[in-house]
Design a protein around this ligand. Structure first.
Ligand code: AP5
Length: 217
């Protein structure tokens, strides 16, 4: 399985990536999660990425591409790319990388969600820092009392989920990432799901768009 999940911040890419990689045994490659891990570990990459992420801007392509090459090496059973590529330059470089390995992309899944819903979802998202499990104060409240997970872990909000940073991230998506819709449409790779549907329904939509071979894998 070699899939790209494309869509604006808050469209549900991470939620669906986690569910589907668990089901199909592929690797979940979230460039955002990898960068956040680097920040926590205090690596050079983490320090370089910090300012961009805090302001809702994209991290420079060359840093991201170096990271992706390493991730592919660790994905023998395929992958779901969550948050990559995000610019046409990243998509072109990724195509070249896949060509050099002789492995085609199966599909690019576009998540369709309106801006108001995205803002509401992101500003009410809470995450378990230990497991990465994501909740939503409105649509999927955490099980524990207050903002806590079932095991009592205190949930946290991402610093880039503040309203003003969310707005910036959505503008950056429109300007720099949305051109990828035309890019992949032209290459016959794009399929679209209704990201406003309930989580289980979005999963069903994605699975139904996969080839019978992939569904059975
Ligand atoms: P990243 O971490 O990739 O953030 P993002 O793309 O902005 O994606 P999100 O994680 O915010 O949204 P999502 O679509 O995964 O939604 P989720 O499933 O969590 O990137 C962060 C930063 O890192 C970037 O701003 C940039 O600086 C940098 N970066 C990362 N990759 C880069 C790259 N390639 N190039 C350059 N820079 C890069 O869902 C959101 C909420 O909605 C949750 O609360 C969830 O429970 C809820 N929800 C999900 N689905 C549904 C549903 N169907 N119905 C109701 N609620 C739902």
């Amino acid at each position: 399985m070699r899939l790209i999940f494309l869509g604006p911040p808050g469209a549900g890419k991470g939620t669906q990536s986690k569910l589907l990689t668990k089901r199909f045994g592929a690797r979940h490659i979230s460039t955002g999660d990898i960068l956040r891990d680097h920040r926590v570990a205090g690596t050079d990459l983490g320090r370089l990425a910090e300012g961009f992420m805090r302001h809702g801007e994209l991290v420079p392509d060359e840093l991201i591409l170096k990271m992706i090459e390493g991730e592919l090496e660790r994905s023998p059973r395929g992958f779901i790319m969550d948050g990559f590529p995000r610019t046409v330059a990243q998509a072109e470089a990724f195509d070249a990388l896949m060509d050099s390995r002789g492995v085609p992309l199966d599909a690019v899944v576009l998540f369709d969600v309106d801006r108001d819903t995205l803002v509401t979802r992101l500003t009410s998202r809470w995450t378990n820092p230990k497991t990465g499990k994501s909740y939503n104060a409105i649509t999927n409240p955490p099980p524990g009392p207050g903002m806590r997970d079932a095991d009592g872990t205190e949930l946290i909000q991402r610093e880039d989920d503040k309203a003003e940073t969310v707005s910036k991230r959505l503008d950056v998506y429109r300007e720099q990432t949305e051109p990828l819709v035309a890019y992949y449409l032209k290459r016959g790779k794009l399929v679209k799901v209704d990201g406003l549907a309930p989580v289980e329904d979005v999963t069903r939509q994605i699975v139904s768009l996969l080839s019978p071979e992939l569904q059975a894998s």
